[in-house]
Write a protein that binds this ligand. Structure first.
Ligand code: SF4
Length: 374
């Protein structure tokens, strides 16, 4: 792409002044590499975040309660055909205990995640168990719940909503169907996408997400960001691919997280009042600061040690060392002048968003003015 016609300061003014970025501008920002330009992009992303959320950060506890899966995604450690995985399926009391522990440590939400576990997807037994578990976790912890069960059947999604789940998370990983077919082999792009439409129509908030470093182009990412805007996702995440032993994409090798950081910043400009995670699952605690500085405002994949629970992209990184805990995170937040929100502030954000109120949280944010950089 010929980038001579773009003026970075002028483009960065557009979202600040409420003018949507067009596809070519999004692509241009995603492709920035020069240190000074990336720093300016991140600075403006932080200003936009501050306008909507102040310096407050939300914290999500992560309970990956079943690592069984019927699918064979080419990027995933837990794919069906990977015989090197020591799989587990936690029972209800183990999940409740882990969730209570996370609540006591100070998280604002419990994310209940599983692979597409054939047992849990059984229409008569498994999905009912998941519905019951959702209600139980809500009543035992008093916290909002995010369900990340994969592409659940339509009927189950309305049951999740009735059980009180506030969030439904299910990532396409890309919005380019030909790339989707290479990543999520044997799965239906449209069916997976439809689960989020169904969750929205049942009043739930939705999280959408993409993977970087899996052969995507900047065009693909720009399309994804615009797709996430169009679907009115309430939380949008980008994660860098981590090569998984025994998975077909292992040969792709590791990439830096630079592209993910640009995606975080650009998502902040395109979707200024959505939640954007800084996941501990990629680089552990060491990667938290740079993701927050890029414009993220939620810390995800907080995992309690000592319970035999895994992460997804990095199954064990920092977990038993107690570095994926609220106490460890607070030190990083303090260092960069941010702070954890209260449980009440998070609950209010969720309730307002579920009621469809635009821009629901103005947490003392400063106004943003293009004169700062143009
Ligand atoms: S990404 Fe999810 S659906 Fe795909 S193989 Fe892994 S656990 Fe299963």
């Amino acid at each position: 792409m010929n980038t001579d016609r773009f003026s970075l300061p002028a483009i960065l003014c557009k979202p600040v002044e409420g003018t949507p970025l067009v596809r070519d501008e999004i692509k241009y920002l995603l492709g920035l590499e020069k240190k000074s330009e990336v720093e300016l992009l991140q600075r403006v992303a932080r200003l936009v975040r501050t306008k909507h959320f102040g310096q407050k950060v939300f914290l999500y506890g992560f309970v990956y309660f079943s690592t069984y899966c019927k699918n064979n995604c080419t990027f995933c450690h837990y794919r069906r055909d990977n015989r090197e995985v020591a799989r587990y399926r936690k029972n209800e009391s183990e999940v409740v205990e882990a969730a209570r522990n996370l609540r006591d440590s100070g998280v604002h939400l419990i994310d209940l995640t599983m692979g597409e576990d054939p047992e849990m997807f059984h229409p008569d037994f498994g999905l009912k168990r998941l519905v019951r578990l959702t209600g139980k976790i809500r009543s035992e912890t008093g916290l909002p719940v995010m369900l990340s069960p994969g592409a659940a059947p339509e009927a189950a999604i309305s049951e999740f909503a009735k059980a009180g789940a506030e969030w439904y998370a299910c990532y396409q990983e890309t919005h380019t169907e030909s790339l989707f077919d290479k990543l999520r082999i044997g799965q239906s792009y449209k069916e997976r996408y439809a689960t989020k439409v169904e969750a929205k129509s049942n009043g739930m908030l939705i999280e959408e997400g993409i993977l970087t470093g899996v052969g995507e182009t900047l065009d693909d990412i720009a399309d994804s960001i615009l797709a996430m805007k169009e679907m009115k996702a309430d939380q949008v995440r980008a994660m860098t691919f981590v090569p998984q032993k025994g998975a077909p994409l292992e040969s792709y090798g590791a990439v830096t997280s630079n592209r993910e950081l640009n995606v975080i910043s650009v998502m902040r400009l395109v979707l200024p009042d959505t939640l954007i995670p800084a996941s501990l699952d990629i680089d552990g605690l060491n990667g938290l600061q740079k993701r927050l500085l890029a414009g993220a405002n939620v810390v995800t994949s907080i995992v309690p040690p000592g319970r035999g629970l895994a992460g997804v992209a990095n199954s064990s990184l920092d977990i038993e060392e107690s570095r994926r805990t609220v106490d460890s995170i607070k030190n990083v937040l303090q260092f960069i002048g941010m702070e954890t929100a209260t449980a009440e502030e998070y609950r209010h954000w969720v309730e307002d968003r579920m009621q469809g109120e635009g821009n629901p949280m103005q947490m003392g944010g400063a106004s943003v003015n293009c004169r700062y950089w143009s």
